[in-house]
Design a protein around this ligand. Structure first.
Ligand code: NAD
Ligand code: GLY
Length: 349
C-alpha cells in the first residue's frame, strides 16, 4: 500500500539584492544582529544608525573560520531562546562569509526556520557568500559539511564597509569576482582587465556585475544539481592547497586563485582554453597581488587529497574547467595522467 503526499506547491524564495549606501530600515518584529567583535567595533554604530526594530538584540560570536562551529551556532540559538524569539522574528547577518553562513544556518534551524537578512561586510561575502542561500558550519570532518539551503529575505550590500578591509582580504574577494567572470561572463572579464577596483565607483560596478552573474546562476540551479557547481572553479585544486598548508598560509580566495591557474593549465592541456587566455587570467589575478604559483612536494599525495573533497564521489573527481573565457565545463572525466602532468609542472624542481 502507498500513500502519496502531494507537495507540488512552488515556494517563491525570490529576493532583492541592493548594492548601495544602506538606507534606514525598520523591522516591526524582534531582530537579532549576529556579528563578531571585529566587525562590531568597526561598523556596528553605523549599522545601528540605520536599522531599527520593535526589539533589537546583538549577538556576538568569536571572529574566525575556526569558530564557524557548533559552539557558535549554540551561542546564537541560546540567545534566541533567551529572548523568546518566535517564528516571525528575524536575524541579520552582519559580517563576512563566516558570520553570513552561520547566521543563515541558525535561521534555517531555529524553530524549523525563521527569516534572515544578509548585510555582508567583506568583498568575498558581498560578491559571493551572501547570495544564493548556502548556509552552514564546519566540523572535524571538514568545512561546510553541515548546513542547509536557506535563502535570505534580502541582501543589503553597502560597499562603504570595504573601506576598512585589509588588502589581503580584499584580494581574496577579487579572486571570487574573477572566478565568476572567467566561467560565465566574458564582457565582465574584459571590464576587469582594464578596471581599477580601488576606485569606489568602479568597485561598486564590479560588485553589481559579480552579483548579477551569481544571481543568474543560482536562479537556474538553486540547490546545486548542475550548473551552480561551476562556481567551484578553482576550488577543487584550491581545497587541496588549503588542506596541505593547514588553512594557515593562504586565505581561501588566495588558494582559489592558485587553483584557477591549475584548472586553466588543465583546460589548456585538454584543448578547452588557449595558452594566451590562461595567461590573461593569471595576469588579472596578479594585478590584485593574488598568488598564482605553488610548489607541490608530492604530486601523488596532492592527487589523492582530491578525494577528500565533498564534491567528488568515491571513484571520480569533479573538475570545473574554463572553456575559453566566459564558458565552463563540469566534468568527472579528466584523465589522471593529464592531471598528474599539470601537477608535475608545479612540482619541486
Ligand atoms: P570572514 O568572514 O572570516 O572575514 C574575514 C575577516 O575580515 C574576518 O576577520 C572578519 O571579521 C573581517 N572583516 C569582516 N568585515 C570587515 C570589514 N568591513 N573591515 C575589516 N575587517 C572585516 O571571511 P570571508 O572571506 O568573508 O568569508 C569566508 C567564509 O565564507 C568561509 O567560511 C566560506 O566557507 C564562506 N563562503 C560561503 C559561500 C556561500 O555561498 N555561502 C561562498 C563563499 C564562501
Ligand atoms: N560559492 C559557491 C556557491 O554559492 O555555490
Amino acid at each position: 500500500m502507498q500513500v502519496n503526499i502531494a507537495l507540488k506547491q512552488v515556494v517563491d524564495n525570490s529576493y532583492d539584492i541592493t548594492i548601495d549606501t544602506l538606507q534606514p530600515i525598520h523591522f516591526d518584529t524582534k531582530v537579532a544582529i549576529v556579528t563578531n567583535p571585529k566587525v562590531a567595533g568597526l561598523h556596528l554604530s553605523y549599522l545601528l544608525s540605520k536599522v531599527t526594530a520593535k526589539e533589537l538584540y546583538i549577538i556576538t560570536v568569536p571572529d574566525g573560520e575556526e569558530y564557524k562551529n557548533q559552539d557558535s551556532i549554540n551561542t546564537i540559538l541560546e540567545s534566541l531562546f533567551n529572548h523568546k524569539f518566535n517564528r516571525k522574528s528575524m536575524l541579520i547577518a552582519f559580517g563576512g562569509g563566516v558570520i553570513g553562513d552561520m547566521t543563515g544556518f541558525a535561521a534555517s534551524i531555529y524553530q524549523r526556520g525563521i527569516n534572515f537578512v544578509q548585510i555582508p561586510t567583506t568583498l568575498l561575502s558581498q560578491v559571493d557568500a551572501s547570495v544564493g542561500g548556502k548556509t552552514g558550519m564546519n566540523n572535524s570532518y571538514g568545512k561546510n559539511l553541515i548546513g542547509a539551503f536557506h535563502q535570505p529575505k534580502a541582501v543589503l550590500i553597502d560597499p562603504y564597509f570595504l573601506t576598512t578591509l585589509p588588502s589581503r582580504e580584499f584580494g581574496a574577494g577579487v579572486a571570487e569576482v574573477v572566478k565568476m567572470a572567467v566561467t560565465f561572463n566574458k564582457e565582465f572579464f574584459e571590464f576587469l582587465e582594464t578596471a581599477d577596483l580601488n576606485n569606489p565607483d568602479v568597485l561598486q560596478d564590479a560588485i553589481k556585475q559579480a552579483v548579477q552573474t551569481k544571481a543568474s546562476v543560482v536562479a537556474q540551479d538553486e540547490k546545486e544539481q548542475g550548473i551552480r557547481a561551476a562556481l567551484n572553479y578553482g576550488h577543487t585544486f584550491g581545497h587541496v592547497i588549503e588542506n596541505e598548508t593547514k588553512y594557515k598560509k593562504y586565505l581561501h580566495g588566495e588558494a582559489v586563485a592558485i587553483g584557477m591557474v591549475m584548472a586553466n593549465d588543465t583546460a589548456v592541456k585538454m584543448g578547452l582554453m588557449s595558452e594566451s587566455e590562461a595567461l590573461r587570467v593569471k595576469k588579472l589575478l596578479e594585478k590584485y597581488s593574488l598568488p598564482t604559483s605553488y610548489t607541490i612536494i608530492e604530486t601523488n599525495s596532492f592527487y589523492e587529497t582530491f578525494f577528500l573533497d565533498k564534491k567528488s564521489s568515491d571513484a571520480s573527481i569533479t573538475f570545473i574547467l574554463p572553456v575559453g573565457i566566459g564558458g565552463v565545463k563540469i566534468t568527472d572525466a579528466c584523465e589522471k595522467s593529464i592531471i598528474l602532468s599539470v601537477l608535475d609542472t608545479f612540482g619541486a624542481k
